[in-house]
Design a protein around this ligand. Sequence first.
Ligand SMILES: [Fe+2]
Ligand SMILES: [Fe+2]
Length: 505
Amino acid sequence: MNVLAKKKVADLLKKGVLVSPDFIERADTSIDPNKDLVVLDNETNKLLSNAKNVNWKEIEKIRVMYEKGKAALPTIDDIAPVVENELKDVQVISSYKTLPEKADVSNFTGYFNTRYKLIERLLRSRPELQNLSSISRMKNREFSNSVSIIGIINEKMETKNKNLMITLEDSTGKQRVLVNKNKPDLYPEAKDLVVDEVIGINGVYKKDILFVNKIVFPDIPAVDIKKSPDEEYLACMSDLHFGSKQFMPDEFNRFLSWVNLETGNQKQKKIAEKLKYILIAGDIVDGIGVYNNQDSELTTLDIKKQYGTCTKLLSEIPKHINIVISPGNHDAVRMAEPQPPLNNQFSQELTKLKNVLLVSNPATIRIGAKEGFSGFNCLLYHGYSFDYYVANVDSIRMNGGYERADLIMNFLLKRRHLAPAHTSTLINPTLDYDALFIDPVPDFFIAGHIHRTSVSNYKATTLVNSSCWQSMTSFQERLGHNPQPARLPLINLKTRDASIINFGK
Ligand SMILES: [Fe+2]
Ligand SMILES: [Fe+2]
């Protein structure tokens, strides 16, 4: 190693980063490690100078993984800058930025095991699951009048007699369980079950079949609704779709005038004065190549410009308002969930806004904490999995489908998972955690994606689906969607009362 390289290694070590000689020798010789540090270039894999805010910890992790053959060659996206904009009024409970691991079958097995164990732990203590047994232990008996098992649903089918036969699996084996069509409380609930979800069953075991008496879901507990000691407001947004020809500038400008206290009636102005948080759940821009022939529906094919326009308009929101942004399926991050925060080379404009915190999708943040009050847990999830449940769950499809965001969100909360059916979204399989497992129980579950507005409560959780700022696209028209744009759901954190302002014409 030459003297210059040695000096660079020593300087980086002082910053707590150990780099290999090979890594540093590829560096541009003009780099002064005392001034600007180095970062890998996406295109050429060269080292470049003048890169500030480098996430050294992340580079180091990726380098180790890469050398072990466990990660792909890193890109700029993987070593995005550390998020600088931490907001003092917002705490991050979970926001994910996973490494680009090479996924094989073992990753998926590990992921399923993790997800099974997390939900099984919730179900294990439930009093409804009397005489809890593993599947193999239950199979040792001939007959049991009341036995319970916990398992992941492997298969669901209708028998010739129109009963439901479900195959459950745990780490010890598989078991067929039968739901009789003549049980009016049980049968509709069982019809809604989806493959891969984890449930508890209590029933009668006879001749290798478990006849179901009760289905137990992990669910959320019934607790008192939390209220803030102070009157502060939370606004929920999503699906801005900057860059789309259908983006609604007039409506968005009306929102900006309101938030700047220039318009609105007395009550609306009072809310704007006390607005402290705006949480945005994905589809910030329309993106590029998201669906066939999208180009003809875009005002610009430059994704950076889409984020640039977005940044310009969001910069008009008063700086005392805390804005949290998580991505969606139209944004410039990978599709597999958890999607990392929007601080990559395409969306970096957003980091210029000092009142903006960028988090992953999904993510949980805490707002409104103050002396004597622990604050509210807010789960942000864009909602890409929602389409699957509208199409596949009878009680949602037959009761309004896309027009019933409340039913979809309720369904997921009850299952404590944002994608209980594995194929309902794209998942980056992680071995030691499951980002889509719903924990902690949110006070607010905020989503978007279906371009509808709804606010409802399930137990002590408020479910918000956050409208959109894009009129109907030809794609939505073909699918028969009926968007409700330019509405802004608002929550008074002191009373938990909700209101919706319509900025439409
Ligand atoms: Fe959207
Ligand atoms: Fe979406």
